[in-house]
Design a protein. Sequence first.
Length: 150
Amino acid sequence: MAELYHQVWITAPTATVYEAIATESGIASWWDKPTAVKSDSGVVLEFNPGPEHGVLRAKVIAAIQDRRVEWEFVSTHPRNSPAFAWTGTRVSFEITRRAVPPWAAERVDTAIVDFRHSDWDARSEYLGFCNFAWGEALQKLKQWCESRAA
């Protein structure tokens, strides 16, 4: 199995980053607008990135305030859809805080996000494509969080 990995340093409080990855409005600001569907078994986020993908469903596995969010993709898709490769994979966002050194002119903490999209089939034709797309999306996450902190 393969894992996609990105580390993003964001000049914003961890609470701002957590809001961006754990709430419907936050996620919609940098990725795709989700709809949260609640049931007895938990919360599933539904994303609709376009007709070639169908609806992506991600079960929220963990949501620890200002520290961690994890999803498992539970929807199924046709083999010719890039979303096919996501079924059974997990996305995690680990947030740590890097304190401002006392000598720094800028008095804003840095949130470090360790992003992982794990349990990929290493032979998937979509592995590199999705890795690149996540890099672009995480850059949007950084921009949104930093604009809110400014």
